[in-house]
Design a protein around this ligand. Structure first.
Ligand code: C2O
Ligand code: CU
Ligand code: CU
Length: 461
């Protein structure tokens, strides 16, 4: 196994993706400085061929999260290959400019493999991005945010207790691009920041330490449209495998100053969150639990520091976001109820079976399906980051008043998404219009919920 330096003073054993360009553009793979895989930089419209070789001791397969690719290139767990096995992907990049990810998807092992290092960024570029007034690649930063538990000897600690299957594995240290206490030096000018949550289970409430508003230009799968415009939020909520892009003008801050990206506290989610601080346990008991388990869902955590340069300020160009594509006709309707009981998640009372797809999991091609997700309320209810493969969808409606008050203002439902957070008791309606035929899937992207079977196939036909 490879070792990398995650925090000063020691090496940590990890798994990692490595790659090389066999032919074509050498700049299509940007090596990463950490355990993260090389950043795949693809251009919209280009044809890609990727050969995957599994050198792990376990089965694996790669999924291109958020990308709309043919069924055979999607990395569904049924395509997992054993140690020494190979899998060849071929697809044309049809997704618009934006921030995507790749990660393993073998059933039952996804959480462990991602946790130990297997994940990478996938960026789609378009020629027009410059014309839209976006900062160029030299003025953008990607922040892949992950929480990890590092033992005293710097070993990554994965599951330690039963709780981990229920809440998902939460860490006590936030890593950005694979390192703890990340810091960036930024020129005083507008930057495009790609914020990526590649954590197994942690939901972040991201804010600037000086409480400046955040200007969101992308909420998931591609940029927002001109009609939606830049969305301004006091903070943004980023669930596992969601991405958000900000346009941040560091030139509006004092030269030589520093500002931090932090995850603010929220009390509304998570079992322990509800019990701790809720007066259900005494203070001493709470402290003991915290010491044992590390920070639970919703605890305040530092993420990264930005040092603003002292050079002269550069003004930005005027941003013109791209026009919105036409909306599909709404024909079909689907309904899925989410429930969590006996430590496991259920989708309409069902759990994952490798090839199974029910009649109410079929979506017509090239037409709009209104897919309603309803999350059970009740004492064991949890928030779930739900994801659908092979499509980008719109959030049509979120039941009002059900999102917790301390997170509500940080949701960005505008634009196209492939992953969305649904809170206990909430109902969210999506408009989904698949274009690729075949067997895809939908699942909770809390990786422990996913590995525990909160995942189902769906067929586009
Ligand atoms: Cu990001 Cu089914 O995965
Ligand atoms: Cu996916
Ligand atoms: Cu879940």
């Amino acid at each position: 196994p490879d070792t990398v330096r995650i925090r000063p003073g020691g090496e940590t054993a990890v798994l990692r993706y490595t790659g090389q360009v066999l032919r074509g553009r050498a700049d299509a793979l940007r090596p990463s400085a950490s355990y993260l895989g090389p950043t795949l930089e693809l251009r919209r419209g280009e044809r890609v061929r990727i050969e995957f070789r599994n050198r792990l001791a376990d089965p694996s397969i790669i999924h291109w999260h958020g990308m709309i690719v043919p069924e055979a290139a999607d990395g569904h767990p049924r395509f997992a290959v054993g140690p020494g096995g190979e899998y060849v992907y071929e697809f044309t990049v049809t997704n618009p400019a934006g921030t995507y990810l790749y990660h393993p998807h073998p059933h039952g092992l996804t959480g462990a493999q991602v946790y130990r290092g297997l994940a990478g960024l996938l960026i789609v570029r378009e020629a027009q991005e410059r014309a839209w007034g976006l900062p160029g690649p030299e003025h953008e930063l990607s922040l892949v945010i992950q929480d990890r538990r590092l033992a005293g000897d710097n070993r990554l600690e994965f599951k330690r207790m039963m709780m981990d299957d229920m809440n998902g594995v939460l860490g006590d240290t936030v890593l950005v691009n694979g390192v703890a206490a990340a810091a960036f030096r930024v020129a005083p000018r507008p930057w495009r920041l790609r914020l990526v949550n590649a954590s197994n289970a942690r939901i972040y409430k991201l804010a600037w330490s000086d409480d400046r508003p955040m200007r969101v230009i992308a909420s998931g799968n591609g940029l927002l449209s001109a009609a939606e415009g830049i969305q301004t939020r006091p903070y943004v909520v980023l669930a596992p495998f969601e991405r958000i892009e900000l346009l941040e003008d560091f030139g509006t801050r004092r030269p030589g100053s520093e500002v931090a990206l932090v995850s603010r506290e929220f009390a509304s989610l998570g079992m322990m969150g509800g019990m701790m601080g809720g007066g259900m346990m005494g203070r001493g008991m709470e402290d003991m639990m915290r010491g044992m388990m590390g920070p639970g869902q919703g605890e305040a955590l530092p993420v990264a520091r930005f040092d603003v340069g002292t050079q002269a300020r550069t003004a930005g160009e005027e941003l013109r976001l791209p026009p919105a594509p036409r909306s599909p006709r709404e024909g079909h309707e689907l309904h899925t109820r989410l429930a969590f009981r006996h430590m496991r998640g259920f989708l309409d009372g069902r759990r994952f079976k490798m090839e199974a797809v029910a009649d109410d999991e079929r979506l017509p091609l090239d037409e709009g399906t209104v897919w309603t997700f309803a999350n059970d309320g009740g004492p064991m209810a949890m928030a779930h980051p739900m994801h659908i493969h092979g499509v980008r969808f719109r959030v049509l409606e979120r039941s009002t008043g059900d999102a917790p008050a301390d997170l509500r203002e940080g949701l960005v439902d505008a634009g196209f998404k492939d992953t969305f957070l649904i809170f206990p008791g909430e109902r969210v309606r999506l408009l989904v219009a698949p274009t690729e035929p075949g067997l895809f899937m939908y699942h909770c992207h809390n990786l422990e919920h996913e590995d525990g079977g909160m995942m189902r196939n769906c067929r586009f036909e």
